[in-house]
Design a protein around this ligand. Structure first.
Ligand SMILES: CC(C)[C@H](C(=O)O)[C@@H](O)C(=O)O
Ligand code: SF4
Length: 472
């Protein structure tokens, strides 16, 4: 219908440009512009091996070592044989098939969802896949980017195409100015708290409104990173001047006249004024307070000024049961003020919040202060690490008593051995607070980098806003 009226959304335009053909059952064969892979790709590469198949477009296939890489002592061989096998196995697959690779020792190494944008590999109007759920991150550029499973990874490796059912369209509009100390992470968590962890299921989400337009690329990346935590197939932000400014001069972005020609095409991508959406949700930016999670899914999120929910006061018995179980796992009391929850450690990192602006936001709170708890700061890429060091942010973190380490997924998921010890409570800039996510029996509270820094200083969850008074 939308096509008939000529009024198409950003998503419609990108989809239509990539659908090679559509079957009677509604599935379309999409051309894939960029295929990122990390260490988890070994199942798919094994499928290729079993069939004696090759990679169709090694030039569009990009490996990044992130999930298993050590964050300390990179010059020594990786001690754990299983972890070493994952990193080396991926490097061997990249070499065998001649794909691009940002491996463990590459100065551009980092978390795949940080490296793609940083290198200018992530471009507006492209289709991007990776065997990783947080591939939605790349949608910040107006790309259609989504995570795929192992057999789909094998399909893309062999054909550079993928069968997909066209999702419905949802627009989430956030308007108005945010209060200082409130950022994209708070907006993203507020959205998930509002619509639920499956609220956007089956939908391609476009984030719109003046708040989003005013966001930097870093902030848009945080927003789209969390699209998957509301169940969305992908999250997108329309390209604009902010997008162009970020991309110009990036290593893999088009250069010179090619950039100008590309930019013209990208600027035609934003949704037409009358484009149809299957669902609309809107939030007022000025009403959003710093948010923390109290439970075991990202939708268990509340403003830090509120209290832990009381299952006894929850009318729906099923929900009351979930809350009771979550509080039991998290070691929290119903009605306990969130700002009184003590923490044992902090983690600043992950594809959600480890870019330079995130580190600056945390450092702005930590400067001249001491953390009461231990913690880890892992920049999103080796280039972010270098830039942060040039800006002296590493010194601020170290002087506060936090550990400044190399780039990777690190304590977001703990696959490289960086884990929260059993029973400990961690204030974390990551995107998932599932049971055991940061280590067996670990308890995770999700929040923004500024809020994690504030929690580190206070030794408990706390509202960052008073700590920012009198600072920048
Ligand atoms: C290990 C990987 C496949 C996984 C994902 O799909 O997202 C991880 O990155 C995560 O964040 O849980
Ligand atoms: S940083 Fe965390 S969420 Fe992001 S890709 Fe790595 S494990 Fe997944």
């Amino acid at each position: 219908m939308a096509a008939e009226t000529g009024q198409r959304s950003l998503f419609d335009k990108v989809w239509d440009q990539h659908a090679v053909l559509t079957r009677e059952d509604g599935q379309s064969l999409l051309w894939i512009d960029r295929h990122f892979f990390h260490e988890g790709s070994h199942h798919a590469f094994n499928q290729l091996k079993a069939r004696g198949a090759g990679v169709a477009r090694p030039d569009l296939t990009i490996g990044v070592a992130d999930h298993y890489v050590p964050t300390r002592g990179r010059d020594a061989p990786i001690a754990d044989a299983a972890v070493r096998g994952m990193v080396e196995g991926m490097e061997a697959n990249a070499a065998r098939h001649g794909t691009r690779l940002f491996g463990l020792h590459d100065p551009r190494q980092g978390i795949v969802h940080v490296v793609g944008p940083e290198q200018g590999l992530t471009l507006p109007g492209t289709t991007i896949v990776c065997g990783d759920s947080h591939t939605s991150t790349h949608g910040a550029f107006g790309a259609m980017a989504f995570g795929i499973g192992a057999s789909e990874v094998a399909h893309v490796l062999m054909t550079q195409t993928l069968w997909q059912r066209r999702p419905r369209r949802m627009r989430i509009t956030v308007d108005g100015a945010l209060t200082p100390g409130v950022g994209a992470k708070d907006v993203a968590l507020a959205i998930i708290a509002r619509i639920g962890a499956d609220g956007a299921q089956g939908h391609a989400v476009e984030y719109a409104g003046s708040t989003v337009r005013g966001f930097s690329m870093e902030a848009r990346l945080t927003l789209c990173n969390l699209a998957i935590e509301s169940g969305a197939r992908c999250g997108m932000v329309a390209p604009d001047e902010t997008t162009l400014r970020y991309l110009r001069g990036r290593p893999f972005a088009p250069k010179g006249a090619d950039f100008d020609a590309a930019a013209e095409a990208w600027m035609a991508l934003p949704s037409d004024p009358g484009a149809a959406f299957d669902r609309e949700v809107s939030l007022a930016g000025n009403e959003i307070a710093p948010v923390v999670t109290w439970g075991v899914t990202p939708e268990d999120a509340l403003p830090v000024t509120m209290a832990v929910p009381d299952p006894g006061k929850t009318p729906d018995p099923a929900r009351a049961g979930q809350i009771r179980d979550a509080l039991d796992y998290m070691g929290l009391r119903p009605g306990q003020p969130l700002a009184e929850v003590p923490i044992d450690r902090v983690f600043i990192g992950s594809c959600t919040n480890s870019r330079i602006e995130d580190l600056r936001a945390a450092a702005a709170v930590l400067a001249g202060r001491r953390a009461r708890v231990p913690g880890l700061v892992s920049p999103g890429s080796s280039l972010v690490k270098r830039q942060a060091e040039e800006e002296g942010l590493d010194r601020i973190f170290r002087e506060a008593g936090l550990e400044w380490v190399e780039s990777g997924c690190s304590m977001c998921v703990g696959m490289n051995g960086d884990q929260v010890p059993p029973g400990e409570r961690c204030a974390s800039t990551t995107n998932r607070n599932f049971r055991g996510r940061q280590g067996p029996r670990a308890r995770t509270h999700l929040m923004s980098p500024a809020m994690v820094a504030a929690a580190a200083v206070a030794g408990h969850l706390t509202d960052v806003r008073p700590m920012l008074e009198g600072r920048n």
